[in-house]
Design a protein around this ligand. Sequence first.
Ligand code: FAD
Length: 521
Amino acid sequence: MIAYLERVSIPEPNNNEDDDVSLLRNSLEDLQLQGSIDYGPTGSASKDFGGMQITKPLAVIRPAGAEDIAKVIKLASRLPNLTVAARGNGHSINGQAMADRGLVIDMKSMESYNKIEVRRHPPCADVGGGALWADVLKCCVPFGLAPRSWTDYLDLTVGGTLSNAGVSGQAFRYGPQTENVTELEVVTGKGEIVTCTRNENSQLFFSVLGGLGQFGIITRARVLLQPSPQMVRWIRVVYSEFSEFTRDAELLVSQEEGGESFDYVEGFVFVNSDDPVNGWASVQLDPNHPFDPAGIPTSAGPVLYCLELVLHHRENDRPSSVNLVVDRLLGQLRFCKKLRFEVDLKYVEFLSRVKVAEQQAKANGIWDAPHPWLNLFVSKRDIADFDRLVFNTILQHGIGGPILVYPLLRSKWDSRASVVLPEGDIFYLVALLRFSPPYPKGPPAEDLVAQNRRILHCCTRNGLDFKLYLPHYKSQDEWEQHFGDQWTRFKDRKACFDPLAILAPGQKIFPRNHHHHHHQS
Ligand code: FAD
């Protein structure tokens, strides 16, 4: 059972509505789509990874390609109140990929359209918007190539992450995934199929990147590739002082590309105790090298910090030469010298590291429990306050899952894209990736949602400069605040590309506009 339902909407048995539904059915059948339509129990399309909301669509479309999607959007524009939500892998938390009594487009189902074509000169891959990043990786590696910028977890769709940003430990160097695509095919809210780049239809290109699905449905993307690394040295080093942790993290992400530097920089907070989930054991990489708490300075507080670093290398590099580079790079840092952990593994295994955690979590029911996650970008100016007020106070006992915190460079984010960031050259990604057993074994999800709210209130009250990543708001006022001085641009983009507000209704930014073509009404 889902313990917490934010919004349950079950269609009322009402004759007018039945008429509407049968009219919709007839209209959909008239479109003669190449793909298929499912009116039946809409199952997974009414749920998401967050597991806190059930919202039923009227039908789920499994399109064959962009043409089908264009037809469906054009139909929606002729019918009053009908909305259309692209659904990637449904890994949203708060119903963002849902459509209340609307149409859900199952992007992952476009199998042949989602095919992945790898090109060598210049190295790039043409991929479907519903393709999973895990499949992109699988197709690129045989060519000795791989995308440059990732998410931590790869069972997310290309269109889904590009609609937000797509961030992981490579983003300090290459920017988020939105900075690593050069061409998109988009079906706009007017049902037009448009190819766009930085130079051609650039307004649409930048609108949809980080655009929360508001302007068009991304049906294809050209993803930049690099020669695939073969091996990685995966390293974790521990800090007791937040100021030293941030100093070192900022130093590492600011190092010039081309010079000697790590290829991946992330960090996390953990609890200074033997708690099996939140504590010391969450740091070790090799069971043969356990965490020795004797290495923690006596001055340490209730939480500790860990920098997670990766250096790419080749299979036939001598271990001693890899060690030399690692030692040189770590030599500049101020971590607790006895708390250093490292392993070598294949690049693909490293990128697939969360899959292993998923399998474990699935086995004990934690994967399918509600996930009241919270993701923030916090300005460097305020990250020490955030540490004091949130990590060391509200969250000092952990969250039953990873608490990520690592710096990103604003210069790597094109300001023309739709995503909003805090001020300053450096900001931190903070991710509260809660994994609690389902209630009653774990806390009720609404308590965790309340804790998230407390964190946000605390940040606002103390004047911290932050923005939600993967944002979720219920009123347009809140959205307006979120976008700040970019609200006008965002609204103008909506008016231009989806004037009737048909797309991605689950974001709750713009209500469906009732105007429709006179000759159809
Ligand atoms: P969905 O949840 O299906 O959709 C998200 C939104 O985009 C919806 O509004 C939907 O309507 C819209 N949309 C979907 N497809 C398209 C399309 N083709 N065109 C236009 N709009 C579309 N994010 C990171 O940045 N870094 C991480 O490391 C990371 N790790 C994660 C790990 C896990 C276990 C989970 C569950 C999520 C993680 N995320 C991460 C968040 C992830 O990027 C978002 O959930 C994102 O929405 C992608 O998921 P999806 O493909 O399932 O999209």
